[in-house]
Design a protein around this ligand. Structure first.
Ligand code: ADP
Length: 475
């Protein structure tokens, strides 16, 4: 059987570069699809990508991209990693930077041009080789469907996935010319957004299919509360919009084979050893108290304001709290000032993949008070490591965590504590519920064991992507 060719593009991919869940998805979804398609993956070659470790070499293929009046040189790099072919786009403006997108507070001023180069380079790849499907992810690749409108010779179909609608890639009008995009696309139906250029809007307008990362988020983004100004536009395109729940890579996140852990485990005794070792290593006292963990980007989306507001009250409970993350400076400062007066709070600032795994293994409860959450991976990873999620019931969290009050051993769902509104009262009530559950050791352990057996893999969701691709190929 000849497999159809698929080019999967994303601005970050684990383990080359990761700032959040997109990198995990861009690593694991292609792997789940690779048995069905002749699939390769493309991303920018950032400065921080370790070329030596992954034996990333030049493919001796370079070309020029002309945007506006300016030429940008591009060189293709590549490597094979765990059976998947990866391409990397090198161009000085895109690549020679410390961060992927800029500091947590401000994206680089020339991000429109940087990722414009990335989009044009993807189109060049599509022109050089025949791909049936280009799967584009988030605003950083969203211009491709628009650019393909002027490539009549190409029959490639496009699937555009929204991982987070809050980041749309909105730039001043003058970037239209700098990107070499014709004025005919600068319309209400196209890339124009309140007299600015909106990359995400171009993806939604011109892609053949649009998906997002959970069924519930697909419903939410057509409403004013979650649509970030694009709700009407998305409603208009709703017939081609589908929500497919993300999975996690169950090999990458597996307590029974995770080399970052002190002790591998598939049951709660092994987990307890990791937990004890973590508490000891960071000096948190009280082995019997529940350990609440938080892992994530320090940004308003993750409910940082609610977490910080609630933290002093949470710290007065008989519990320990460990927080791992990085992001906006105001949140670092606020957390530090609270932690100073509470010895049961431990802070780890930075992005550390191994440490995050050890924390999932150590934690009893994972806090996720997110204001919105397109899918969220932390809650699935936590359940796999036997840590019960405490989540605001929105987006993909509502799709993947069922209230422990409805616990049913026969079900294949994962269970945790859910709360309806992102306010202090509801959050504290959820924490009290967690502590009460923890005191009922038998029930708590049953829920942990059940969650650890749940299937959070890509198996089911990959089938939905296959159907999406195949529908496009057959149309
Ligand atoms: P996001 O909105 O950031 O994409 P997700 O829940 O989809 O959120 O995915 C977050 C991913 O990033 C998870 O794999 C999580 O473990 C990881 N992560 C977040 N912050 C950190 C950190 N500071 N160190 C290590 N891993 C992190």
């Amino acid at each position: 059987m000849i497999k159809e060719r698929v080019l999967f593009a994303a601005s970050e991919i684990y383990p080359f570069a990761k700032s959040g869940g997109l990198a995990d998805v861009a690593y694991s979804l292609p792997r789940a699809l690779s048995s069905q398609y002749d699939l390769c993956v493309v991303m920018p070659l950032y400065q921080l990508v370790d070329r030596e470790r992954f034996t990333i070499g030049s493919l001796n293929e370079s070309f020029e991209i002309t945007m506006g009046e300016v030429n940008y040189s591009v060189e293709l790099y590549g490597c094979e990693y765990e059976g998947i072919r990866y391409y990397f786009i090198y161009s000085p403006l895109l690549s020679e930077r410390k961060y992927l997108y800029g500091s947590p507070e401000h994206g680089y001023e020339d991000n429109a041009i940087r990722f414009g180069i990335f989009n044009y380079a993807i189109v060049e790849m599509l022109k050089r080789e025949n791909y049936a499907i280009a799967h584009l992810n988030d605003w950083q690749c969203a211009l491709v469907p628009l650019l393909l409108q002027t490539q009549d010779a190409l029959s490639t179909k496009t699937v555009f996935t929204i991982h987070n609608l809050a980041y749309q890639g909105v730039f001043e009008k003058k970037t239209l010319e700098q990107l070499g995009i014709d004025e005919i696309f600068y319309t209400l139906e196209g890339i124009e957004f309140y007299d600015q250029v909106n990359f995400m809007k171009a993806g939604i307008a011109y892609a053949d299919s649009v998906s997002t990362v959970s069924p519930n988020y697909a419903k939410e983004i057509v409403t004013t509360e979650f649509g970030y100004g694009l709700e009407g536009f998305l409603k208009h395109h709703q017939s081609k919009l589908i929500g497919i729940l993300n999975g996690i890579d169950t090999l990458q996140f597996s307590p029974s084979s995770d080399k970052t852990l002190l002790k591998l485990y598939s049951g709660l005794t092994g987990k307890a050893i990791n937990r004890r070792a973590y508490l000891k290593s960071v000096g948190l006292k009280g082995i019997k108290k529940p350990l609440f963990i938080f892992i994530g980007r320090f940004t308003w989306q993750k409910g940082m304001d609610l977490l910080i507001e609630t933290l002093p009250s949470l710290a007065t409970f008989e519990c320990n709290i460990a927080i791992l993350g990085e992001g906006e400076a105001v949140y670092h400062t606020a957390l530090e000032s609270i932690a100073k007066s509470h010895r049961n709070i431990y802070l780890e600032f930075g992005f550390d993949e191994s440490l995050s795994h050890r924390l999932y293994a150590a934690g009893d409860f994972l806090l996720m008070p997110s204001l919105f959450e397109p899918c969220g991976l932390n809650q699935m990873i936590a359940m796999r490591y036997g840590s019960v999620p405490v989540v605001h019931k929105i987006g993909g969290l509502a799709d993947s965590v069922i209230s422990e009050k409805e616990f049913n051993t026969e079900s294949t769902d994962g269970y945790g504590i859910t709360f309806d509104r992102a306010n202090q009262g509801d959050f504290i009530a959820a924490i009290e519920q967690a502590i009460e559950l923890y005191e009922n050791k038998r029930r708590y352990n049953r829920i942990c064991r059940h969650n650890m057996q749940c299937d959070f893999s890509w198996q089911e969701s990959a089938k939905e992507y296959e159907a999406l691709y195949n529908n496009q190929i057959d149309s």
